[in-house]
Design a protein around this ligand. Structure first.
Ligand SMILES: [Zn+2]
Length: 254
């Protein structure tokens, strides 16, 4: 191809056109905001987790995690005797916080675990997984698999109805308040990591779906092809009565 490095009309180079025309889309900006939000929420979650660990009275250690978190209201009024020291009450605010955080993170994760594992289906608040790269879907599956292998527990409580050859336990089954809290904190972190990965996938998809900017050889009514940048091309197509076509053989970016 002869001199094709600069636009015949405006003389911009391919790199200049790309830089000039690469405008952030509103969706792209929105995703970036969400990514920084997730990063912030994850840090807040870690700070809260520390408060929860320290805040639960040792006397409650043997209570069942599922029981306490699904009957949090009841625990507001339960006091247990502690000899000379009087009574111990689970701080209501603390328990409420744990329950709220669990609803936000664990409940969502339980809903999507099967979809992530299969790499197919709808993720609530995100959309369908199928349009994304296989490598990305594999990574999500790996995140779930490795988490469950590490804890030898399923995220969901039903295992998706499949035969569980690995004999993992289900969700919070049999965990006391302290161990259950650790499992919940780990699931919470996985929740934020999965969210960050999904948002990064959405960000990359948004970028790659933007129209290609650069210089292409353009054919005009049978004249020899001329190099035109995408900006001048769209202006000329609007103004010209000629039929403009990008010559397929030399189209850039293929
Ligand atoms: Zn141009």
């Amino acid at each position: 191809m002869p001199e094709q490095s600069r636009c015949w009309v405006c003389h911009r180079s391919d790199a200049e056109v790309s830089a000039f025309a690469d405008v952030e889309t509103p969706r792209q900006r929105e995703i970036l905001q969400q990514i920084s939000q997730v990063t912030r929420f994850r840090a807040d979650f870690i700070a809260s987790a520390d408060v929860w660990r320290k805040g639960i009275p040792k006397e409650f250690k043997e209570y069942d995690f599922k029981f306490v978190t699904s009957n949090a209201d009841q625990f507001k009024s339960i006091r247990i005797g502690n000899g000379l020291l009087g009574e111990i009450v689970v701080p209501t605010k603390l328990l409420g916080e744990i329950v709220d955080a669990k609803k936000l993170t664990v409940d969502w994760l339980e809903k999507v675990a099967l979809v992530l594992r299969e790499g197919d289906g709808e993720v609530p608040g995100f959309g369908a997984l199928s349009p994304f790269e296989k490598a990305d879907r594999d990574l999500l599956r790996k995140m779930v698999d490795q988490f469950e292998a590490k804890w030898r527990r399923r995220i969901g409580s039903d295992g998706g109805g499949m035969v569980d050859s690995k004999r993992y336990k289900s969700g919070f089954d049999g965990l006391n308040l302290f161990d259950g809290l650790e499992f919940m904190i780990a699931e919470g972190l996985l929740y934020y990591d999965v969210q960050a990965q999904l948002l990064d996938m959405a960000r990359r998809k948004e970028i790659s779906s933007k129209p290609k900017r650069g210089i292409s050889a353009v054919v005009m009514d049978g004249y020899p092809p001329i190099p035109l940048c995408s900006i001048c091309f769209s202006v000329m197509r609007e103004l010209s009565s000629h039929e403009l076509a990008v010559e397929p053989a030399v189209t850039k970016g293929d």
